[in-house]
Write a protein that binds this ligand. Sequence first.
Ligand SMILES: O=C(O)C(=O)C[C@]1(C(=O)O)C=C[C@@H](O)C=C1
Length: 283
Amino acid sequence: MVKIGYLGPRGTFTKLAVDTAFNGENKQSFDTIPECIDAVSDRQIDIGVVPLENAIEGTVQLTVDYLVHQVRLPIVAEIVVPIQQHLLVASDFSGELSSVSDVYSHSHAIAQCHQFLHTHMPDANLHFTSSTGKAAEMVSDSGGDIAAIGNTLAASEYGLTIHHENIHDYPNNHTRFAVLASDKEQIRIKHEVQTEKTSLLITLPSDYAGALYQVLAAFAWRKMNLSKIESRPMKTGLGNYFFIVDVNEPYDDVLFPGVKAELEALGCNVTILGTYPVYLMEL
Ligand SMILES: O=C(O)C(=O)C[C@]1(C(=O)O)C=C[C@@H](O)C=C1
């Protein structure tokens, strides 16, 4: 049976994404994103699912940096899931928001609720955990006047009460999850494909005036639609960056090799991080 790893423990958004996309398979939780990615690379599991980008807070930098700098695994699918953040408390907590002393959650979940926390709980101490599920587990273990930010699955898994629902600051909240696998054939997602994308990693030559402009021109004149461009530090010194470019098209044998050759002629390095179907899930 195909083994699927995810950022755990129980009750995370990643687990929700995995349960929505895959049924029946053998599922294993990992405490951190790097541990999950390593397990795919070491073949302990066949598929790993990790968060990639949130509509409110942006890229999950740990995922991108680990995939670029440490373990290169292809992205073989993308799962997009709606995200609703709730304030979860122990079932015997009956106080007001103002009596919650500490709030625990994943940094991305806290960031999605900054305005709510600032307005309604300005005195609460904020603490980052490795996932929203971990925060829910802590609240369930400790009880008292502390709270977690997480989803309804976490509330039911850990016997917590939803004190306030939908506390994320903007309504159209979604997270993209990357499905990683050495062998694409293992993937069976029984949902309609929304679109197909290709992610590229591009490094620019140093000291080349207008390099980024020329990179974008290579896509533009071929009418290749980009859905994302983002720079991240190469970690080799100040001012050195690479670019992640998402193209709204599957890899083909004409346009992509053409772009690659054109960019390489400029002195760029081009790596394909994956060409994959995108699944938009309803929970
Ligand atoms: O902590 C979780 O539940 C996760 O699955 C991680 C994560 C993230 O890294 O963005 C996933 C979705 C939400 O945006 C908040 C947290």
